[in-house]
Design a protein around this ligand. Structure first.
Ligand code: UT7
Length: 320
């Protein structure tokens, strides 16, 4: 027996900012952002929206989609690195919003790898028999931790949440690989949360900093290696994989990973053009979109891959 994703959900803020909207207040252009990243637009949380409210909406949809009763959810894991405060956790606030009284709740911070790390944690709880049904959520309000005066990072990110319900089943997770290297953490840091909104000129000292080229090199080297790790562990080969659901940071990274692996680009779905980089939410949002479009066939093999601050990175192979 293993752990299967029983249902998915996602939620996005109501407000969309195009590249042209950003170029109204910072020195950038639609052409630069599209050609360097593939991003066209992203959703930005309004004051009344939060990592908890978006996470709760995504979680509610995942619970409905899985056919699970609310009272069956025994644990809520929220992967986030951009919540509005240190405590209570996003997971506890999501619990309150959903009314899942019996669940044990906590956040996991592995930045853009957070959803994968949370999924692996849920898998361990399910396989140990401690909990049967777990709600796993990636939820971010990156717009509140980025420096809106730094054009090299603020054009990249968006807000949103994705979620899934997991439980024991015969098919599901086939294998995992996870890595962390804190000694290289200085290339991507976020040291203060803020309520800054686009265009208001306010940003705290120490908001998100990224050495983009260093992170780019890290991603295109480690993601293919980590995919190969999981293929070896599970006895599968690259040609057997039906879809590669990668963290949505930059379409050039995704194309480079496809090329290095010798896998067709059509197997690498992309939605970062619509949502930007939503950090821990990007993989579950894309999974939910694919699920609702009917593109995840029962029995197909899906490789998930995340990478980001920490540094952290990981892959998971699922039999859907
Ligand atoms: O989710 C976490 C993981 N994060 C990532 O995976 C991000 C990885 N890195 C990247 O995706 C890319 O490195 C970026 C998209 C962040 C940057 O692309 P790049 O091709 O590495 O650009 P660059 O940083 O080398 O900058 C090239 C030029 C510079 O100008 P000069 O020095 O050549 O005159 C920048 O000042 O582009 C300039 N630039 C911009 N121009 C217009 C940087 N940002 C912008 C901008 N608009 N927004």
């Amino acid at each position: 027996m293993t752990t299967r994703i029983l249902g998915t959900g996602s939620a996005l803020p109501k407000t969309t900012w195009t590249n042209d909207d950003l170029s109204a207040f910072i020195d950038t252009s639609d052409e630069w952002i599209r050609t360097r990243t593939g991003i066209i637009r992203r959703q930005i949380a309004a004051r009344e929206e939060s990592a908890a409210s978006l996470g709760a909406e995504a979680g509610r949809k995942a619970i409905e989609n899985s056919g699970t009763a609310l009272e069956e959810i025994e644990m809520i894991l929220a992967a986030t690195c951009s919540d509005e405060g240190y405590f209570p956790s996003a997971a506890c606030r999501i619990q309150a919003e959903l009314g899942v009284r019996g669940a044990v709740c906590m956040d996991i911070n592995a930045a853009c790898s957070g959803f994968l790390f949370a999924l692996h944690t849920a898998h361990a709880y399910v396989q140990s028999g401690i909990y049967q049904k777990i709600l796993v959520i990636g939820t971010e309000t990156m717009s509140r931790v980025i420096d809106w005066k730094d054009r090299s990072t603020c054009v990249l990110f968006g807000d949103g949440a994705g979620a899934c319900v997991v439980g024991k089943d015969e098919k599901g997770i086939l294998g995992f690989s996870q890595y962390s290297d804190g000694s290289r953490g200085s290339v991507l840091t976020g040291t203060a949360a803020t309520l800054a909104t686009p265009g208001d000129g306010a940003h705290p000292a120490g908001a998100l900093f990224m050495d983009g080229q260093a992170v780019f090199r890290f991603a295109v080297k480690t993601v293919p290696e980590c995919i190969q790790d999981t293929l070896e562990k599970t006895g599968k080969n690259i040609h057997e994989i039906d879809l590669f659901v990668l963290h949505q940071a930059n379409s050039r990274i995704i194309h480079s990973v496809a090329k290095r692996l010798g896998a067709p680009e059509e197997k690498f779905p992309i939605n970062l053009n619509e949502h930007g980089n939503t950090s821990a939410a990007s993989i579950p949002i894309l999974l939910d979109e694919l699920n609702r479009e009917g593109r995840l066939e029962r029995g197909s093999l899906i490789m998930l891959a995340g990478f980001g601050a920490g540094l952290t990175w990981g892959t998971a192979l699922l039999e859907w």
